[in-house]
Design a protein around this ligand. Structure first.
Ligand code: IPM
Ligand code: MN
Length: 347
């Protein structure tokens, strides 16, 4: 029997509850489809930092490298560890070390979920550059604490990085409706964003079946609210994609439905799958976290592993659950009840 080795990193807060929920659903789906999943859990988290002084051990990346995929819950517990320390100690190094350059986030309404927009027929796939750009981490501070203190943080856009994320976007568009929206701010940022637009234009002739349109980030934010049905695949830099995907989560009814994949398209290293929501310390002990975003992320993992039928079965089970009104109102059902409904729908 075919079997996949999955690294489980539940992390902090509700990350633990939703990873547990997603894993139950994944195991059930795997059994139904006739393949195995072997999960290995890692305790890396802010609690681990408090115990050991590090979010993950020095050989953490080496440990993860041998797995087929990583399923991650959430990272961050700001009351104990500053967010910039926890994120730069666990989530961000994994994305960068494995060059998970394509952060893929689907935004559409599940049946029975009422979003904030009047328009309800939309299906947007956001592709966020995940390794460089505004989050490259190039910068510094001088004259710390003094009145002349200076902080600089420089965006880094490489031809390699821009080209590969755009190609990924073109390829996704080709598989969907053939429409690609490329997001920049080239009217104001005249180096990096003009460069991005130029690379987009240079690649376009290689994808004659894709219609590519460039938008500025501010106009795109408005468009996602006013005319989300006009969009299909949206490709953006790290910062812009980060912001647009929280907007995408909002229009799909909330962060409880926002799934994501951090993909290594050439499969030279494991990809990582995680819900977009964070650790949510405010509700972490209540058992009311919506596991749907994590379960959907798990379905994306199976799709990436080539188990399309099992991925489709999970998506159908999620839809059947929300269509019955379960998991559609924040906090109404417990995490366990929503999970049980998805498992029941899976059969
Ligand atoms: C996300 C998160 C992270 C990001 C943070 C926690 C660093 O907001 O996955 O969107 O910006 O990448
Ligand atoms: Mn974000």
């Amino acid at each position: 029997m075919k079997s996949y080795r999955i690294a489980l990193v539940p992390g902090d807060g509700i990350g633990r509850d939703v990873t547990d929920a997603a894993w139950q659903v994944l195991e059930r789906a795997a059994r139904g489809a006739g393949f195995g999943l072997e999960g290995t859990a890692f305790p890396w988290s802010c609690a681990h930092y408090k115990e050991t002084g590090a979010m993950m051990p020095d050989d953490g990346i080496a440990k993860l490298r041998g797995f087929d995929s990583i399923l991650l819950g959430a990272v961050g517990w700001p009351a104990q560890v500053p967010d910039n320390v926890s994120l730069h100690g666990l989530l961000l190094p994994i994305r960068k070390a494995f060059v998970q350059y394509a952060n893929v986030r689907p935004h559409r309404l599940l049946p029975g979920v009422v979003g904030p927009l009047r328009k309800t027929e939309f299906d947007i796939l956001c592709i966020r550059e995940n390794t460089e750009g505004e989050y490259a981490g190039a910068g510094g501070r001088v004259h710390r604490g003094g009145p002349d203190e200076v902080a600089v943080e420089t965006s880094v856009f490489t031809r390699k990085g821009v080209e590969r994320i755009l190609r990924f976007g073109f390829e996704q568009a080709r598989r969907r409706t053939g429409r690609l929206a490329s997001v920049t701010k080239s009217n104001a940022q005249k180096y990096s964003m003009v460069f991005w637009d130029e690379v987009t234009e240079a690649l376009a002739p290689e994808y004659p079946d894709v219609t590519v349109t460039s938008y500025h980030i501010d106009a795109m934010a408005a468009r996602m609210v006013m005319a989300p049905e006009s969009l299909d695949v949206v490709v953006a830099s790290n910062l812009f994609g980060d912001i647009l995907t929280d907007l995408g989560a909002a229009i799909q009814g909330g962060l409880g439905y926002a799934a994501s994949a951090n993909l290594v398209p050439d499969r030279s290293a494991p990809s990582m799958f995680e819900p977009v929501h964070g650790s949510a310390p405010d509700i972490a002990h209540l058992g009311i976290a919506n596991p749907i975003a994590a379960i959907w992320s798990g379905a994306m993992m199976l799709e990436h592993l080539g188990e399309q039928a099992a991925a489709d079965a999970i998506m159908a089970a999620i839809s059947a659950t929300t269509a019955r009104g379960i998991g559609t109102v924040q906090g109404r059902e417990k995490t366990g009840e929503i999970t049980a409904a998805v498992l029941a729908a899976l059969g």
